[in-house]
Design a protein around this ligand. Sequence first.
Ligand code: 1GP
Length: 251
Amino acid sequence: MKQDLYNKFREDKKQGKKCFTVLIDPDKVNAQSLEQLVALSVNAKVDYFFVGGSLVISNNLDECIIQIKESCNIPVALFPGSPSQVSKYADALLYLSLISGRNAELLIGQHVVSAPFVKKSGLEIIPTGYMVIDGGAPTTVSYISNATPIPADKNDIAMCTAMAGEMLGKKLIYMDAGSGAKRPITEAMIERVATHIDSPLIIGGGIIDPEKAYRNCKAGADIIVVGNAIEKDTSLIKELADAVHSTPARV
Ligand code: 1GP
């Protein structure tokens, strides 16, 4: 059954519940590894799966999502790197607009081209302001997007970008240092952004340990996304989920 994800994000934020998301790149899993990943995620009480990647080379997006949906109730949102990454089997689509860049194609161009087909998918479409933050090394997302990331220490630029995105109607703000970033987004930047927006704030890129996930949540992140580190060591799923869920609600 499809789940209403945006309302779930809002409700969790209202109650101060921090959520943990496992990012699955369909290129990096097969049926067997996915089965194990899902079992570990259910056991760890993972809140969401995001599925997608900057490049999806293989053609198994549908199969990957069908397998997840058949084996658990964890909601699945598409995190597409390109308009071709749409699958009607997911619960929702993070409809990303790269608001930190000045590449018109990724702000609106690709959306125009794919609009009829995205609408026809019947997915819950969640307008998402996507912000790439410099993670200390060129990542796939920064290369593919051909857009300069926000410098890691320019907290005010990040804050103003997120505020503008929200006022333009983006319902989620996703700040990403890029998959495998050397330096994840600083808590100072997360805090600056979080205190100036009402929308749920998603943070990802280069998070490799539970302590950092916890500190990000304390700084104001609502949803923590980890992909790369889990691909290397699946035992991190439980540690990361526990750290995120142990964050006290902000007063
Ligand atoms: C990348 O935010 C995600 O778009 C997750 O990054 O793979 O480094 O965890 P990692």
